[in-house]
Design a protein around this ligand. Structure first.
Ligand code: AGP
Length: 594
């Protein structure tokens, strides 16, 4: 939610460095964008709309300054207008602030400041520069920012520039901030891609830390000035990983990256000969509670099913519900599934579990993320950066990683472990087959004008049905619902008509497949077009108007393959409709507010 960038030491390149950095942060929000550069004075430019609108607004004017900050916004307080875009300034225009998060006591602060300060926006953020303005009457700039932090309640990552001060002051409380360290410049951002083209050396800030960036480098303290240690880490992915590599959209590129992402996820963790999975974590697993949101929640549902299949009580919870109505925790391991590792709802759930004494595990893609650092253990899915707002490769990697977690800790119940490991090993190649041979584009073209879609699947294919519907809604803005196949007849069947295509995920020829085919017949009898996602093992094709084929494999891995077909359907429907696929309306990739 909102992306922040800052840099010191780029000289004449400061403005371009900020704009290029914001380009890579737009996945965090794209309602408006702005920059502020400072030396003797502070110059700002901001504009509603995506970053291109700001570039256009800037035209040929080149803001200059030795230090600079920038922001791309996902609106919380106030609509996406020029006035609500960050940076926000004080009355003198000498203090500029960018902020990610929510200042919970902003109304109280605004009421207090209103008599002496003019507010130009609806945002919670704007109280910060005005508080700094007041504090500057009695303090040096750095102390004024620290004094202001004492007044703020809520979650924030902020960056501040002040006229006449060749430094950026920044602080983190419940919103991510990371430093990039180069020989002649220092960067600050919500996420590494913002400066990865310049450096691979990073410092992840912790909650409660304050940093000063200036020509001499950086100093990290807590909010009251006590020095805090910080370690420099090296990121293990190349800057090219954040480009489109010739694809029209990041999402399409990321869908096609899945074979590689899954190879990375499996690498060094499976030994087929020995029939073993080895992870560099060894949590005690008696019972499991998964917490997650959105796509990651669908991976959590799938994960819980794996553990239950091994005889271990396991349940998946929507993180925001878990945080306010936490179930009894006995000796449960609480697993947070989160691509970003920064989702506020999931963090709140994990913190509540930790407060109640549970061991916690982050199953995440982002190595330096808050979840990875706060949980007792972390299992990384190793997908590389995912820029498209709609999760694709990371969902497949989450499904793969929960398989590894289950196999390494509790086994596979009645299933043959060697066979399962073989199926996991074959996944990258099987996904490649789906990508090479998919008819998803033709299916999308056939049904693109439908007003509503349904997705059904049983057991491991139920989360896939939910995910197929979410992906379609998210990027095509078309109504879609996913169901456990047996549930449709308990109400929703009333909505099924010849105008509502139903995607049915049916693989294998077991009892689950046969029962799902029964549900397929129910919708077919109501005239609905049926698109079967199948491996051809059953006779579901007899009842289908179209077929999306997947290679024959274990039911658990078939779920991953079926999902790839549904990703492609969602992508092509959205593309036919001309939607903003990588940046769907109203959304942001990393949801750092509750
Ligand atoms: C998925 O396409 C969405 N972007 C969204 O549902 C996402 O999965 C959810 O916000 C959770 O994010 P996380 O995995 O980073 O925690």
């Amino acid at each position: 939610m909102c992306g922040i960038i800052g840099c010191v030491g780029r000289g004449d390149d400061t403005l371009d460095t900020l704009l290029d950095g914001l380009d890579t942060l737009e996945y965090r929000g794209y309602d408006s964008a702005g920059v502020a550069l400072a030396n003797g004075s502070v110059q700002t430019a901001k504009q509603a709309g995506e970053l291109d609108a700001l570039r256009e607004h800037l035209g040929d004017q080149s803001l200059s300054g030795t230090v600079g900050i920038g922001h791309t916004r996902w609106s919380t307080h106030g609509p996406p207008t020029d006035a609500n875009a960050h940076p926000h300034c004080d009355c003198t225009g000498d203090v500029a602030v960018v902020h990610n998060g929510i200042i919970e006591n902003y109304q109280e602060l605004r009421d207090e400041l209103a008599a002496d300060h003019e507010f130009l926006s609806d945002t919670d953020t704007e109280v910060i520069p005005h508080l700094i303005e007041d504090a500057l009457a009695d303090h040096e700039p750095e102390a004024a920012v620290r004094a202001t932090l004492d007044r703020l309640e809520g979650s924030f990552a902020i960056a501040v520039v002040i006229a006449g001060t060749d430094a950026i002051f920044a602080a983190r409380q419940d919103s991510p901030l990371v430093l990039g360290i180069d020989d002649d410049a220092t960067y600050l951002a919500s996420d590494v891609p913002a400066f990865r083209v310049h450096t691979d050396r990073v410092v992840y800030l912790d909650d409660g830390q304050f940093v000063r960036l200036d020509a001499d480098g950086y100093t990290v303290t807590d909010f009251d000035g006590t020095p805090r240690s910080s370690s420099v880490e090296t990121v293990d992915w190349d800057p090219e990983a954040t480009g489109k590599a010739g694809y029209d959209h990041f999402m399409l590129k990321e869908i096609h990256e899945q074979p590689r992402a899954l190879r990375q996820c499996l690498q060094g963790r499976v030994d087929e000969l020995a029939g073993e999975v080895t992870l560099d974590i060894d949590p005690e697993v008696n019972r499991v509670q998964f917490v997650a949101c959105g796509t990651s929640y669908h991976a959590a549902l799938y994960g819980a099913a794996l553990f239950r299949a091994a005889g271990v009580p396991a349940q998946a919870f929507l993180a925001h519900e878990y945080a306010i109505q936490t179930p009894p925790i006995e000796d449960d391991l609480v697993v947070a599934v989160s691509q970003s590792g920064e989702t506020a709802d999931t963090l709140a759930a994990i913190r509540e579990a930790d407060r109640r004494g549970a061991d916690t595990l982050a199953l995440t893609n982002v190595v330096g993320s808050t979840m990875a650092r706060e949980c007792t253990d972390a299992l990384f899915i190793r997908s590389g950066p995912e820029i498209g707002v709609a999760a694709s490769k990371t969902f497949s990697a989450q499904l793969t990683a929960v398989n590894l977690l289950a196999l390494a800790t509790v086994g596979a119940g009645d299933e043959d472990v060697r066979e399962l490991i073989g199926a996991l090993r074959d996944l990258p190649a099987n996904i490649q087959t789906v990508l090479d041979e998919s008819d998803a584009r033709e299916v999308a073209r056939e049904y693109v004008d439908s007003e509503s879609f349904f997705f059904i699947g049983r057991r491991y294919h139920h989360p896939v049905a939910l995910e197929g519907a979410l992906k379609l809604k998210e990027i095509s803005y078309t109504h879609a619902e996913g169901f456990a196949a047996g549930e449709l007849k308990h109400g929703t069947l009333a909505l099924v008509t010849p105008d509502t295509p139903v995607f049915a995920v049916v693989t294998g020829d077991d009892e689950a497949a046969r029962k799902t085919i029964g549900n397929v017949k129910e919708v077919e009898a109501r005239g609905a077009p049926v698109i079967a996602v199948t491996d051809g093992e059953s006779d579901v094709e007899r009842y289908a108007d179209a077929v999306l084929e997947v290679p024959s494999t274990h039911a658990r891995t078939a779920a991953v393959l079926a999902n790839v077909q549904l990703q492609l359907v969602a992508y092509h429907v959205a593309n036919e409709l001309g939607r903003s696929i990588d940046k769907p309306r109203n959304l942001a990739k990393s949801v750092t507010v509750e």
